[in-house]
Design a protein around this ligand. Structure first.
Ligand SMILES: Nc1ncnc2c1ncn2[C@@H]1O[C@H](COP(=O)(O)OP(=O)(O)OP(=O)(O)O)[C@@H](O)[C@H]1O
Ligand SMILES: [Mg+2]
Length: 241
């Protein structure tokens, strides 16, 4: 491990899917205690970037580094073990288990020494208050997102890659998710990368923002410094209604 290195960094990432260029020359860094927002119109390549950083897609060119170590060829599960957690645009929970069984499976999967008290602690951190006998299949989107996050927190992640964590939520729920993410970042020092469609949702939470369009980074910096740039307005605001 290299202490001076960013927690996660990537350089010159490109990706082709189905014979099409999806990402081009992506470079970014993510650090502990910071929230990096990734915004851009539909099809900009945001989810594809998460897929590469989490290890589901292999890039065509470029490298991904974690604590200075090249992890470009590491699998999803290896990245999970070293502290990289991810959530999905559509929240994924096992449909045939109860809440209690899901939390038990999550704690046993990576850290068999964790107890039900650890699961309760992780649930408390994300305000997940659903009885453990409830089948996960009946959970609404908000509770699915919270349960997925509680399961991830049981692994003690240092980095969370979150693909549209506010999708499908109403405003009061989004405010609660924001509070949770702020706590994870600022109090637990977790590095958080949030893909978000709506720029206003990053305003209160992101330390830095990267704007993507058509597979490229077209701007980055503090939201207030880039929001009025002509290139961002042309690509983003004219594309989103
Ligand atoms: N498996 C695939 N095969 C071919 N093309 C794909 C595949 N997955 C995604 N794409 C294309 O790659 C581009 C980027 O998709 P991606 O899902 O990364 O965008 P996004 O920014 O996450 O969009 P959204 O805001 O709609 O979630 C889109 O044009 C999409 O159609
Ligand atoms: Mg997406």
């Amino acid at each position: 491990m290299n202490d001076a290195a960013p927690l996660l960094a990537c350089e010159n990432l490109s990706l082709d899917l189905g014979g099409r260029e999806i990402l081009r020359n992506i470079e970014l860094q993510i650090n502990p205690g910071k929230v990096l927002g990734i915004i851009g119109p539909n099809g900009a390549g945001k989810t594809s970037l998460v897929e590469i950083l989490s290890g589901r897609y292999a890039p065509k060119t470029g490298k991904v580094f974690y604590k200075g170590k090249d992890i470009t060829d590491s699998h999803l599960y290896e990245r999970s073990r070293i502290g990289i957690g991810r959530t999905y645009q559509a929240p994924v929970v096992p449909e045939d288990l109860t809440v209690g069984q899901t939390l038990k499976a999550a704690r046993q999967a990576y850290k068999p020494n964790l107890t039900r008290f650890d699961a309760e602690y992780a649930s408390d951190l994300v305000n997940f208050v659903v009885d453990e006998s409830v089948p996960t299949s009946v959970l609404d989107t908000f509770n699915r997102r919270k349960l997925s996050l509680a399961c991830l927190l049981l692994r003690g992640p240092e980095l969370l890659l979150m693909d549209e964590p506010a999708a499908g939520l109403i405003n009061s729920e989004i405010d609660e998710i924001d509070e949770i993410l702020r706590m994870l970042s600022k109090e637990m020092n977790i590095a958080v990368m949030i893909v978000e469609h709506r720029i206003e949702l990053l305003e209160t939470i992101a330390d830095n923002v990267i704007v993507m369009d058509a597979g490229e980074i077209i701007a980055q910096g503090h939201l207030h410094d880039i929001i009025d740039s002509p290139v961002v307005r042309a690509a983003y605001f004219e594309a989103v209604d």
